[in-house]
Design a protein around this ligand. Structure first.
Ligand SMILES: Nc1ncnc2c1ncn2[C@@H]1O[C@H](COP(=O)(O)OP(=O)(O)OP(=O)(O)O)[C@@H](O)[C@H]1O
Length: 740
């Protein structure tokens, strides 16, 4: 229950200078308690009013979690002296504080607030110090004013302070002018909260600012949670009108206004009118243009057939006709695509392509969308592979992502090979192409039947469907041994067939009907049976993959239960409770949002000591230490990246004993265990099952109902993704043909 408490700050245990996360002690009615939260700068001796909630931390006992802190001005002479001498105003120490209080007495606060210039009569005071005092009071007033409003709508003090950092005192004016501007600054905010605030501030139900904000909000949500780069105009107008309970005509008007100021673009894609956020439109258009300018056929490598045959001899392998075709295509085309399921020889082909290019003295760069995929590529090809972000030398300045490699400073190489292209989204593809010279060959390798990228766009599928870029689809499976059914069954599933289930193979199905039984079985498998059967470490080698997040066998619940078994609480084990999660030393965790500015240090291997930034959606780590006083956790991501992970970022961290299939893309595990139950049809799809099964190297165990498994195999409906790259490519093709 939220309560408000008045007291005096008696000690500051920790303060993070970057985000103001503060642990401090408050004296209230002769009792001292600890308070924790993101609060404005406070000093010992200051009187405060705190709105917050008490909770009991298992290690540190009772604490007050602050949701809003208001500074109270001192009243008595003694209080004013204590306040001023606490260092709260830079440049005013004990001596000056005494002089001020002696001169103005009980009137001090009024003078400070209303007539600060009078302070200049005191020795040691300078116009700069007076300015600082003015600013401090103005900031406190600003915070108080803004929080009086924000706190009513569940908007946080953290947002208020960030707003001040960005806009200073003008933030209030901007907010009054258009409260919805908050959503432009923090698109992750709940529209409803901002909307309630705006309506109470007098904005009308049909105000254009309200409707425009909702249009942008729906387009933003469509891209961040469903991967759309655009939405059908009709659908968008309907969604907005319904959500705001207004006439469609009003939404149409607001939409045209947004188009006029270039915040959105309306264009007909594949015969349907679509609305884009301006950035996404530009992005997909750019990708199409760049692909076109790179399309060409090279004839600079002689005797390709002989060179492939030599590779075959050296590696004791005979390529199929199709594989040979893929190699030749990659060697001669400006842009090419090689797609195929597991074990169809993609990696072997990449090795041959690198080999021949390098014989010709050509410089080849390898990259992949995630750290794990890049690591796998590097190990398989015995050649350095980087994440695309690193290849582009991404840096972060003032929270802005900057790629050092771009049109003015392109990647200096002859060939770029991208692995796991199904996971590449529009945003990163756009930057990769911006940094690629027209004369660099681009080879995109991936499995088009995997789930699409987490970020917006449908790059690989759109490119293949457009028929603009030459591609080869590999279908024959080479990786098979007598008792191995994983690869075989992955292909069966992809073809709509029921998997072969055979005892003592590496592909099991355990029939359980109730969700409770499924949960029990999954936990038994992960904690007892599989570790001994596979001689595996359950924390590293076994991964539970869930179709859904919620429910008894959803990701959240399985994580909670597995944590109790695999990493239980202990007297000496540090932990930190954050919202519904308890994070504990030894826990396996996952980053669930791209954080381009998070700094890490490489602690293993050739690059030991390298410091860089960027921890991305899907990166897995282990908590090594928790420092509650400092408000940070030490987490090692991807086995070698040490991050000091600030508590204020914990919304982006989840336990990962279990993870959703979506988040497992691009990763491989020795063993995967998946509950198979009836859930939303959109989560019971063939490509979700296929993606899950192809994550396993040694063992697949599916637990649940056969009927649910059958449903998944038959359900080819994929979550619809609206994108325009296909259409843009086709248009360009048509234009070029017309010109020719
Ligand atoms: N033409 C071939 N003849 C015999 N074996 C082959 C042939 N092509 C590939 N292989 C073998 O098949 C196995 C799988 O190939 P590879 O690892 O290249 O496939 P992949 O498509 O990259 O698989 P994944 O996506 O699962 O990593 C390897 O052991 C490889 O040596």
């Amino acid at each position: 229950m939220l309560q408000d408490i008045k007291g005096m700050v008696s000690d500051i245990i920790y303060k993070n200078l970057e985000n103001n996360y503060t642990v401090f002690e408050v004296l209230c009615d002769e009792e001292v308690f600890t308070a924790v939260g993101i609060v404005p700068d406070i000093a010992i001796g200051e009187k405060v009013k705190i709105y917050g909630e008490f909770y009991v931390h298992p290690v540190y006992g009772q604490q007050l979690k602050v949701s809003y802190l208001e500074k109270l001005l001192p009243e008595t002479k003694d209080e004013i002296y204590m306040y001023l001498s606490s260092g709260v105003i830079k440049g005013i120490g004990k001596k000056t504080a005494k002089k001020i209080v002696d001169t103005f007495g009980d009137d001090t606060i009024r003078v400070l607030q209303q007539e600060p210039e009078r302070l200049l009569s005191i020795r040691g005071m300078t116009p700069e110090k007076v300015e600082r005092i003015k600013n401090m009071f103005a900031f406190q007033k600003f915070l108080k004013d803004i929080m009086t409003v924000f706190s009513q709508y569940g908007l946080s003090q953290n947002h208020a302070m960030r707003l001040f950092k960005l806009y200073g005192f003008s933030a209030l004016g901007l907010l009054n002018e258009n409260p919805y501007f908050l959503l432009d600054v923090f698109p992750e905010l709940d529209f409803k909260k901002v909307d309630r605030m705006a309506l109470d501030m007098g904005i009308g139900l049909e105000d254009a600012r309200r409707i425009q904000a909702k249009i942008i909000n729906i387009l933003n949500t469509g891209s961040s949670s469903e991967g759309h780069t655009c939405l059908p105009r009709e659908k968008l107008v309907l969604l907005v009108s319904k959500a705001l309970e207004i006439e469609k005509e009003k939404t149409e008007e607001a939409l045209l206004d947004l188009e006029r100021v270039k915040r959105v673009v309306i264009d007909t894609i594949d015969g349907v009118e679509m609305v884009f956020l301006f950035g996404f439109y530009e992005c997909e258009k750019f990708i199409a243009d760049r692909i076109f300018s790179m399309l060409r056929t090279y004839e600079d490598i002689a005797d390709i057939d002989e060179k492939i045959s030599e590779f075959e001899k050296r590696n004791n392998i005979a390529f199929s006709n199709n594989q040979r075709k893929a190699i030749k295509m990659a060697l001669t085309e400006g842009v090419s695509i090689i797609t195929g399921g597991p074990g169809t020889g993609k990696t072997t082909i990449i090795k041959c392509i690198i080999d021949i290019f390098e014989q010709e003295g050509k410089k080849v760069f390898l990259c992949a969308p995630t750290g794990r995929a890049a690591k796998r590529m590097q190990a398989a090809c015995q050649k350095e592979a980087k994440t695309i972000h690193r290849l582009l030398e991404m840096t972060v300045t003032d929270s802005q992502v900057v790629f050092q490699r771009g049109p003015g400073n392109p990647l200096r190489c002859d060939v770029i090979i991208v692995d796991e292209t199904s996971m590449v989204d529009s945003f990163i593809m756009n930057y990769l192409l911006a940094a690629t010279k027209d004369t660099t060959r681009l080879i995109l390798v991936g499995d088009k039947d995997q789930l699409p990228s987490v970020g917006a766009g449908n790059i690989l599928k759109d490119l293949i469907r457009s028929d603009v870029v030459p591609y080869v689809r590999l279908t024959e499976v080479y990786r098979q041994s007598e008792n191995s059914f994983i690869v075989l069954n992955a292909h069966r599933i992809n073809n709509g067939e029921f998997p072969h289930l055979q005892k003592d193979s590496d592909f099991y199905f355990i029939q359980k009907d109730s969700q409770q039984d499924i949960l029990k079985t999954v936990v038994e498998l992960v904690t007892k049976k599989l570790p001994s059967y596979l001689s595996a470490d359950p924390l590293r080698d076994i991964q539970v993959l869930c179709p859904s997040k919620k429910g008894i066998v959803g990701m959240y619940n399985i994580n909670r239960v597995l944590q109790q078994y695999l990493n239980p609480a202990g007297a000496s084990k540090k932990e930190f409770v954050y919202k519904e999660n308890t994070f504990r030393v030894g826990d396996r965790v996952m980053q669930v949002k791209n954080n381009y500015s998070l700094e890490y240090t490489v602690i293993e291997g050739d690059e030991k000591g390298r410091v860089s930034t960027g921890i991305f959606n899907g990166d897995i780590g282990v908590i090594k230490d928790i420092d509650r006083a400092e408000g940070v956790m030490e987490i090692v991501f991807d086995d070698d990246k040490l991050v000091f992970y600030d508590f204020s970022l914990l919304d982006d961290l989840e336990l990962s004993y279990a993870m959703t299939v979506h988040k497992s893309q691009g990763s491989e595990f020795r063993c995967i265990v998946m509950p198979v139950v009836e859930t939303y049809p959109i989560l019971m799809t063939r490509n979700l099952l296929y993606t899950a099964v192809t994550r396993a190297k040694e063992l697949v165990v599916l637990v649940g109902k056969k009927s649910a498994l059958q449903y998944m195999i038959a359900n080819q409906k994929e979550a619809m993704r609206y994108s325009a790259l296909y259409d843009f490519l086709r248009r360009k093709l048509k234009d070029t043909q017309l010109q020719a």
